[in-house]
Design a protein around this ligand. Structure first.
Ligand code: ADP
Ligand code: MG
Length: 258
């Protein structure tokens, strides 16, 4: 049975989508079968895989709100071993629509994902930058959470709130929810600040921080406008190397545990 992992941090702009697109592509390249689910109304993960949002008929929105069969919204991407379930801007309204639904509104996504868990090695969720019902649905549906943290001022701001949310969901909806790991992103080795943030984050999360640190790399910022994960856009870039290393570390740690 596949493992379901949410890329989660309620702060925007910390590298969630970049990590989702590129880590999943690198893990897929290692022969694992992957499905990425875009639950952010902005749909950056969807376009990051080269999918034109204007051509999509049904999305994860229809699965959550209209009980559409999750299999019917899976898109096979042009990249090896990688399927995508796209997002829709309608998801922005889904928070309110869910709030007015009776019963089981926190586990709608979990029920849908359970139907496809056996078809993949990993399913990665790109969460919206909020702590609303969509995020609760995501946290209820996953085995673990991977937290990207940007090497910037206030890196740890909001982290205690994030950990509280995880604890809350663990207590109520998902007792086996774990922190998969913490990935430091947008590291700039030329600044003392970045180095300081790495220390602070390692101290806060103890053994949970990946050794691989994602550097700030312009090719990573360019790749989405070409609709390609970095390993397809510029395989030799520092960003590609970093995400390949992260994928290796991710899988090694998984296989150690088993
Ligand atoms: P989030 O999904 O958390 O909002 P994104 O992954 O979209 O964050 O990243 C925010 C912005 O920073 C995007 O424009 C993205 O292209 C850019 N970015 C992310 N990671 C890097 C990196 N390592 N180097 C350079 N730019 C990056
Ligand atoms: Mg994003």
């Amino acid at each position: 049975m596949g493992k379901v992992v949410a890329i989660f941090n309620q702060k925007g702009g910390v590298g969630k989508t970049t990590t989702n697109v590129n880590l999943s592509a690198c893990i897929a390249q290692k022969g694992k079968k992957i499905c990425v689910i875009d639950i952010d109304p902005q749909g950056n993960t969807t376009s990051g895989f080269g999918i034109d949002k204007s051509t999509i008929e049904n999305t994860i929105y229809d699965v959550i709100i209209n009980d559409l069969d999750i299999r019917s919204v899976i898109i096979t991407t042009e990249f090896d071993q990688l399927d995508l379930i796209p997002s829709s801007q309608h998801l922005a309204g889904a928070e309110i629509e869910l709030a007015t639904q009776e019963g089981e509104r926190e586990i709608k996504l979990k029920k849908a994902i359970n139907q496809i868990k056996d078809d993949y090695d990993y399913i990665f969720l790109d969460c919206p930058p909020s702590l609303g019902l969509l995020t609760i649905n995501s946290l209820a549906a996953v085995d673990s959470v991977l937290i990207p943290i940007q090497c910037e001022y206030y890196a740890l701001e909001g982290v205690s709130q994030l950990m509280n949310t995880i604890q809350l969901v663990k207590k109520s909806l998902n007792p086996s929810l774990e922190v998969q790991g913490v990935v430091l992103s947008m590291f700039d080795g030329r600044t003392n600040l970045s180095i300081q943030v790495v220390d602070e984050v390692k101290n806060y999360f103890k053994g949970k921080v990946y050794t691989t640190i994602i550097p700030r790399n312009v090719r990573l910022a360019e790749a989405p406008s070409h609709g390609q994960p970095i390993i397809y856009y510029d395989e030799k870039s520092k960003g590609a190397e970093a995400y390949k290393d992260l994928a290796e570390e991710f899988i090694d740690l998984e296989e150690d545990v088993i």
